[in-house]
Ligand binder design. Structure first.
Ligand code: COA
Length: 149
C-alpha cells in the first residue's frame, strides 16, 4: 500500500531525514524548522520524501528524493503532487524550486518553467492558479475509459 504522511514543523523527522540522507547525503537542517515535510511509504518503508516552505512571498519545494530501489513507480510524482496540493491549500501565489538540469523535465511535466529573468536556468516556478493536480488532463492514453473528450 502507498501512503503519504505529513510532518509539520517540530515533528520527529527521522524518517524524512533518513530518505533525504540516503538520496542527497544530508539529513535534518535548520530549514526543517520552517518546512513541512512529507514522506511517502511503500507498505511500511519510507521510500520518498520532500518538503515545502514559505519565503519572500513564494512557496518553495525542495529535496524531493526517492530511494533508488523505489524509483520509476510514480512515488516521486506523488510526492510532488502532495507538496503542490499543500501549497494550493495555502492559496500559493506561486511555487518555486531549484533543480539540477537533469530533473527539470520531471517538474516541467506539471507546468513548472524556468525563470529566465533570474538568469538561472536551475530555478523554476509555477503560478498558483496553474497548479493542475488532475493527472487525467495531461494523460495521452487514447483508449482510457475515463477519457471524456
Ligand atoms: C527525480 C526523482 C524524484 C523521480 O522520482 P521517481 O519516483 O523515480 O519518478 P516517477 O516514477 O514518479 O516518474 C513520474 C514521471 O516523471 C518522469 N521522470 C522521472 N524522472 C525524470 C527526470 N529526471 N526527467 C524527466 N522526467 C522524469 C517519469 O518518466 C514519469 O513520466 P510518465 O508519467 O510520463 O511515465 C528520483 O529519480 C530521485 O529521487 N532522483 C534523485 C534526487 C533528485 O534529483 N531530486 C529532484 C531534484 S530535488
Amino acid at each position: 500500500m502507498i501512503q503519504g504522511k505529513w510532518f509539520p514543523q517540530g515533528a520527529d523527522l527521522n524518517e524524512a531525514a533518513a530518505v533525504r540522507r540516503a538520496v542527497f547525503g544530508r539529513g535534518e537542517d535548520p530549514l526543517d524548522g520552517e518546512a513541512q515535510n512529507v514522506v511517502v511509504y511503500s507498505d511500511d518503508t519510507p521510500a520518498a520524501s520532500g518538503r515545502l516552505w514559505w519565503r519572500d512571498g513564494s512557496f518553495w519545494i525542495g529535496d524531493i528524493g526517492v530511494l533508488p530501489d523505489f524509483r520509476g513507480r510514480k512515488l516521486g510524482d506523488l510526492t510532488l503532487r502532495l507538496l503542490l496540493f499543500k501549497a494550493q491549500n495555502h492559496y500559493a501565489r506561486e511555487v518555486r524550486l531549484r533543480t539540477p538540469e537533469e530533473t527539470e523535465g520531471f517538474f516541467a511535466r506539471l507546468g513548472f518553467r524556468e525563470d529566465l529573468e533570474k538568469g538561472d536556468a536551475a530555478e523554476m516556478f509555477l503560478p498558483g492558479d496553474e497548479i493542475q493536480l488532475d493527472s487525467c488532463k495531461s494523460c495521452k492514453k487514447a483508449d482510457c475509459p475515463n477519457r471524456k473528450d
